[in-house]
Structures are given as structure tokens and as C-alpha cells.
Design a binder for this molecule. Sequence first.
Ligand SMILES: Cc1cc2nc3c(=O)[nH]c(=O)nc-3n(C[C@H](O)[C@H](O)[C@H](O)COP(=O)(O)O)c2cc1C
Length: 142
Amino acid sequence: MIHRIIYASSAKPGLTKKDIEDILDVCRRNNSTLNITGVLFFSDGEFVQVLEGRKSDIQDLFSKISKDNRHENIEILIDEDVDNRYFSQWAMAYAVMDENDFRSIGGSFDIRTISDFKTYLQRPDAYIGSIFSEIIDRILDQ
Ligand SMILES: Cc1cc2nc3c(=O)[nH]c(=O)nc-3n(C[C@H](O)[C@H](O)[C@H](O)COP(=O)(O)O)c2cc1C
């Protein structure tokens, strides 16, 4: 059984590209050791992160991330046990998203901003799996 948490947060004002690179270095080092996979989206000062792995590891990591002062306004969007990972190839993929990227994954749904994306992910009828496979195909470097 895999556990998945998807949360959103706001980058602290003044967060630099270097700060994000530092975060990604640590993510990739720690997550590969724990077999945690996922993706970190960044758009217009907001993060959405998908974390997948063993339940206790995901809960421990999320509690560490929640205390990180490089972001704030942390809001859990999805917290559930699942059968499969979406991002099995990525210790932590990173995707900077703009309006065109959101439109290209949204299909018939009008997703333009990270705020629309957050709203969509929480819809009970959301096709999250197909949105994430679009992201893997179109946006992430393979
Ligand atoms: C938006 C965001 C996402 C993060 N994602 C992860 C992550 O996936 N894995 C991780 O180990 N640390 C992540 N961190 C960093 C943790 O908050 C923490 O600084 C780090 O895990 C400490 O690692 P250490 O105990 O090896 O020093 C993230 C931080 C931020 C701000």
C-alpha cells in the first residue's frame, strides 16, 4: 500500500531560484533513500507537491516540510492510501508551470492558474491520473 499526500503552499516572499535548487537537492537525496516519489510544481509564487511512499515515511516527511520556513499557508488537498504511484520514476520531479502548461493538461477543463489546478485536484470527479499522465508526457523531461 502506498500513501499519497498532495498539498499546496505559498513560497515565502523573496524565495530565490537558488533556494528552490537547494530544496530539490535535499528532496532527491532524502527521497531516493526512502523510496519516496513525486513532483513539485511551482507557479506564480505557489507550490503544489505530490508525495508518494510508505505511509509512515510520508507522514514524517510532511511533518518536516510543514515546519519549513521557506513556505507558508500549507493546505492539504489530498491525503489517501492508493494502489499505485503516479510518479514512480521521479525522486522529486520539478515543473515550473505557466498558463499554457495548465491549459495543455486541463483538456476540456478550463485550468489556467495554479489556483484553478488546486481547485480541480479537489473535485470528486477529477481525473487526476490522466492529468498527471499528461504532465509526465508533456511537461516533465523523461
Ligand atoms: C516546498 C518544499 C518541498 C520540500 N520537499 C521535500 C521533499 O520532498 N523531501 C525532503 O527530504 N525535503 C523536502 N523539503 C525540505 C524539508 O522541509 C527539510 O528542509 C529537509 O527535508 C531537511 O533535510 P535533512 O533532515 O536531511 O537536513 C521541502 C521543502 C519545501 C519548502
